[in-house]
Design a protein around this ligand. Sequence first.
Ligand SMILES: Nc1ncnc2c1ncn2[C@@H]1O[C@H](COP(=O)(O)OP(=O)(O)OP(=O)(O)O)[C@@H](O)[C@H]1O
Ligand SMILES: [Mg+2]
Length: 306
Amino acid sequence: MVTGSITDALREHRARIRTDAPEQRTQFERAAAAIPALIDQLGLDDFGGAVLCDAKPRILWRFHRCAAEPGPQVVLKVYGDQPRGEGPLLEAWARNKVPVPGLVHGVRDGCSWLLMRYVPMKRLALESPRVRTWASERLAQLGTRIHAAAPELNPLLRPLATVMSPRWQLEADRLRARGFHVPSHWDDLAAQLYSALPAGPLHGDLAGTNVGALGDDVIVYDASALSGPAAFDAARWAARLARYGARPQEVFERWAGFEPFDDEPRGTELLAVECVLEAGSISQLRGTVAMGAVDELLSTAGRLLP
Ligand SMILES: Nc1ncnc2c1ncn2[C@@H]1O[C@H](COP(=O)(O)OP(=O)(O)OP(=O)(O)O)[C@@H](O)[C@H]1O
Ligand SMILES: [Mg+2]
């Protein structure tokens, strides 16, 4: 948490963008320009500092006073662009009894914003097998509610293939450059699987960074708001647990026991594709734990893909 004044927070964030992501400057400045009107509109006061200050062109600030719902302690998230499905999808989940932070959302001066209740959540200790099993089962139980069709949201959800295919190619090429075996025919297979139907609402980035612990339940936030086959969320969650020592196929199959992917016989292939992507991303880390996870992920992919 970076405390201090709004001017200081903007200055620090601007400096990060200038150094690490200058191409994001225009988007960031658009978000920054929307802030005064939003503070006024939402009755925000008693600035509590930046929750995160990095090189992303979105602002994430805490305020200790808020006249509007869902005050009084809130987190304001402002993106320098729109439209975003994150707010509408979280709102739909709240109606559907998925545990998410209470929120309102909107668009102001071309920027999507979310105003969330400040939630005193804890990090999920996913290093613990017991916590991994508990969190995986809880998310799987919520799966059918998370993935319930919401046709009114379709125009706001980004297709899975549009977001994931370029990332997959980047990670597959990274692995190949490092000498790992990633068969070339998997490239087309990955693109096909990301485009598979039926497509419904997806969180899109279920991981320990976007799911917390609150009381005796999980809390889900930061939805990428994608549209694709429901098995993707289970696949991504399972693949991302490999870095903590989990076996992705076991996690995926346990999830499918709660939320069957009957109409998606290629669910395990989607898991394999996610395993490759996660292996690429972990291969940048150093250390034996990371390398063990890369081996586990690639051998899972090798078992599941033709
Ligand atoms: N409503 C909230 N209450 C308390 N803390 C929050 C809340 N929303 C976000 N946070 C904290 O801020 C962190 C980052 O939030 P979030 O995951 O929404 O943003 P992000 O990953 O930076 O966003 P994006 O990927 O959309 O750029 C969370 O991991 C959590 O620690
Ligand atoms: Mg996040």
